[in-house]
Design a protein around this ligand. Structure first.
Ligand code: SF4
Length: 302
């Protein structure tokens, strides 16, 4: 099947399609897509739920435990993988990845394969890098539930888009686990091609990370949301306690998922003693804490 380029809207009259094309180019609603696939949610509050995942490219963060470093770079010419099933070996095909919200909504319907409408998890990369895409995409996938998985480095953009999401999974990043952020290199080419990245810079040190975290928690308190704390063998206990302090002070209603890092070349898994120290600290702060590894990886799913 031919992919629809940004602003290329199928199944309508030629006149309305032409109008949509002009609107789409004017507002730059496309986004670089890495993959669209169906699987089960392997993390957080909706653990185990069958969902459709839309993974957009582009992330300024550099978590040493990142399991999707191939999502970091976004360029207009990259392809997207559209996968029909949840297993790593499921049939898949490639399409031009710089796609309009309408094209991505078609891919969502395609991987549902005429089954029930599933919750859509928008993940990355950092999804909040593409706010214009998000606004239109949310409208097009309704009435499905739309969940956001964010690294938590873009509180201003989160504030703008928050009303679009039925659930937000927020990472509590520990600055000591991150290398310096790297902003998108192909920004001009992406803009030219119809994808407008967020102008909000990523946090770059402990102070700006803490401010971003506290702003995000303030936005999510009282909502359907959860906080995720990934822990590696070298994670700082002091930083983790500080993140738990912020959660307990600002959004104590959010469940906390402590997630032992899946082993990565630059991030070994934490010890049980490390995990116990964190769950005990969370319990002392009256938080609803769960310790859960990445279940989709245990099941060898995508
Ligand atoms: S925020 Fe997510 S995609 Fe970005 S580097 Fe961290 S783990 Fe990887």
């Amino acid at each position: 099947m031919r992919a629809h380029r940004p602003g290329d809207v199928p199944c309508r009259s030629t006149e309305s399609a032409a109008t949509d094309a002009r609107v789409s180019r004017a507002t730059s609603t496309a986004a670089p897509v890495l993959e669209v696939f169906r699987s089960i949610q392997g993390e957080g509050r909706y653990l185990g739920e069958p969902q459709v995942f839309v993974r957009t490219r582009g992330c300024p963060l550099r978590c040493r435990y990142c399991d999707t470093p191939h999502s970091w770079v976004a360029r207009p010419e990259q392809n997207a993988r559209i996968a029909q099933g949840s297993a790593l070996a499921a049939p898949e095909r490639e399409e031009p990845g710089l796609a309009s919200p309408f094209q991505v909504a078609l891919w969502v319907a395609e991987v549902e394969d005429r089954g029930p409408k599933l919750t859509v998890s928008w993940t990355g990369g950092e999804p909040l890098a593409w706010p214009n895409f998000g606004r239109e995409f949310a409208r097009l996938v309704a009435p499905r539930r739309l969940h956001l998985e964010t690294g938590g480095g873009h509180p201003r953009t989160l504030a703008e888009l928050l009303g679009l999401f039925h659930h937000v999974s927020l990472d509590l990043k520990l600055p000591g686990d991150l290398d310096a952020p790297v902003e998108l290199a192909a920004r001009a080419a992406l803009l030219e091609a119809g994808a407008e990245p967020s102008a909000e810079p990523a946090p770059h040190d402990a102070r700006t990370w803490r401010a971003a975290r506290r702003d995000c928690l303030d936005l999510l308190s009282g909502r359907d949301a959860c906080a995720k704390l990934v822990v590696t063998a070298t994670s700082s206990e002091r930083e983790a306690f500080e993140a738990i302090d912020d959660l307990a002070e600002i959004a104590p209603d959010l469940p906390l998922f402590v997630q032992p890092s899946s082993p990565m070349p630059r991030a070994a898994a934490p010890t049980l003693a490390q995990l116990r120290a964190l769950w005990e600290y969370a319990l002392e702060h009256d938080l609803a804490v769960r310790v859960v590894p990445q279940v989709h990886r245990l099941l060898d799913l995508r």
